[in-house]
Design a protein around this ligand. Structure first.
Ligand code: 4AD
Ligand code: MG
Length: 432
């Protein structure tokens, strides 16, 4: 790891050293205590925590005093010698010969009993705490594994724009932004741009933010979320589900492999799904929901509660296929055998989490797409370029989007989606 400034070691690297070795470390005060005139500082850096002992004899009286005065979250440079100490949790401590307070901290606002709203208002400080750091390390592994799966499987990375001119997922959740003398929107999904890209690269993906003006305050909606999307030329609905399943399995396996100890620290017992994910139809799903006394009409989209009830019936993530046409966006291909349903699939994560992936097979004929646009009262002239993709060498194709934060929420077992992202954006939160 790169080292800057005077430090010679990261805390994690101290383990390999011998009694009496001298080191310079840097970090922040995590805990502090005092016993018989000796000051014990638990110092944290990005790699771990170690106990630093400040006492007269090894250091001047003034330096011991400045260690005594330093408050939680002060930043320090510490020079000292390694001491093996079987009583310390890491087996070693540092007997300090010099302590320099680099940045003072007084009365760090985050306390063990701080309330949720207070923590959200102070997210810029909260991210330093053990629980938030651990959660964000799980996020890092989810993003890394997702990207890695795509690279390993030969998908080409391709980004869509953030400013767009039309809706992908319907007008209700569009964020409008002034754009010179026009109106623009923040993208709800990069799907249409990925669809353009398959004609150049066949199998493509992106991992970038999507935006939804979701007014409802729920445990699974953000207004800005990270979206891993894939689009594959020549793939049908089953092909799409195979890709989505393989990606989801890979992410959950790699997180456990690389960060199982962090999941443990978060008290999360998570087993990556082993068996093949069940695939059931919408019709079968609403039967299950009705047996659990959820009232749902055929044709309704599955709401949070319905998804929760269905996903509790399975130990594995479950695909729900073939939703009613009217419950889904215009671009989904109607089932040729039964045109009132579309060739789509949502993946619901277990334990009541619900939808983490939405996708399906796209309409690939210009005529059929025009018909669906008109049926939905959408103006085809707004979708001219999207219709063009059906004019020049159209092919059957499918794709999906996986919500990164929902996936993190599932794997890390978070009660609320807002802890799955460093600075959550919701209808009531634009700060910090
Ligand atoms: O099901 P959605 O709306 O599908 C699409 O956007 C497709 N155009 C994707 C595609 O086929 N390329 O969104 C996909 C996923 C959802 O399953 C969910 O995990 C996540 O994106 N998602 C959200 N996550 C957090 N907050 C929100 N408001 C979300 N809306 C969707
Ligand atoms: Mg969806």
């Amino acid at each position: 790891m790169w080292k800057f400034g005077e430090r010679t070691h990261f805390i994690q690297e101290l383990q390999g050293l011998k009694e009496g070795d001298t080191v310079k470390i840097a970090g922040w005060i995590y805990r502090k205590s005092e016993l018989g005139g000796v000051v014990f500082l638990r110092l944290r850096d990005s790699t771990g925590v170690v106990q630093v002992v400040a006492k007269e004899g090894s250091m001047s009286k003034e330096e011991v005093e400045s260690a005594r005065q330093a408050d939680i979250e002060s930043s320090l440079l510490v020079e000292g010698r390694i001491r093996k100490d079987p009583r310390s949790p890491t087996g070693i401590e540092i007997l300090a010969s010099r302590i320099k307070v680099v940045g003072e901290s007084h009365d760090f606002p985050i306390k063990p009993d701080s309330g949720e709203e207070f923590l959200l208002d102070n997210r810029h400080l909260h991210i330093r705490t053990t629980k938030m750091r651990n959660t964000l390390l799980i996020r890092k592994e989810v993003l890394r594994a997702a990207e890695e799966w795509f690279i390993k499987n030969g998908f080409v990375r391709f980004e869509g724009p953030t400013f767009v001119g039309t809706a992908v997922e319907g007008g209700a959740t569009l964020f409008e932004v002034p754009y010179f003398n026009k109106k623009a929107y923040l993208t709800q999904s990069s799907q249409f741009y990925l669809e353009a890209a398959i004609f150049a690269f066949e199998n493509v993906y992106t991992i970038q933010p999507s935006f939804r003006a979701e007014k409802s305050r729920t445990r699974r909606h953000l207004t800005e979320f990270w979206h891993a999307e894939a689009e594959m030329a020549w793939a049908d609905l089953n092909g799409m589900m195979d890709v989505a399943e393989s990606l989801t399995r890979y992410i959950s396996q790699k997180v456990v492999e690389r960060a199982g100890h962090i999941l443990e620290a978060l008290n999360r017992k998570f087993e990556p799904p082993d068996n093949r994910f069940p695939r059931i139809t919408y019709d079968e799903a609403i039967e299950i929901a009705r047996k659990k006394e959820v009232s749902i009409e055929w044709g309704d989209d599955l709401g949070t509660e319905t998804e929760r009830v269905i996903s509790l019936e399975f130990d594995l993530p479950v695909f729900i296929t073939k939703y009613p046409k009217k419950a889904k966006a215009f671009y989904h291909k109607p089932d040729p055998k039964r045109p009132d349903v579309v060739l789509c699939a949502d993946l619901l994560a277990p334990e009541g989490i619900g939808e983490i992936i939405g996708g399906g097979q796209r309409i690939n004929s210009e005529e059929e797409l025009l018909m669906r646009l008109r049926e939905e009262n959408l103006n085809p002239s707004n979708y001219k370029w999207y219709l063009d993709l059906r004019k020049y060498g159209s092919v059957p194709h499918s794709g999906f989007g996986l919500g990164i934060e929902r996936t993190i929420r599932w794997i890390a077992g978070l009660p609320h989606i807002r802890n799955a992202i460093p600075f959550p954006r919701t209808p009531t939160r634009l700060y910090p």
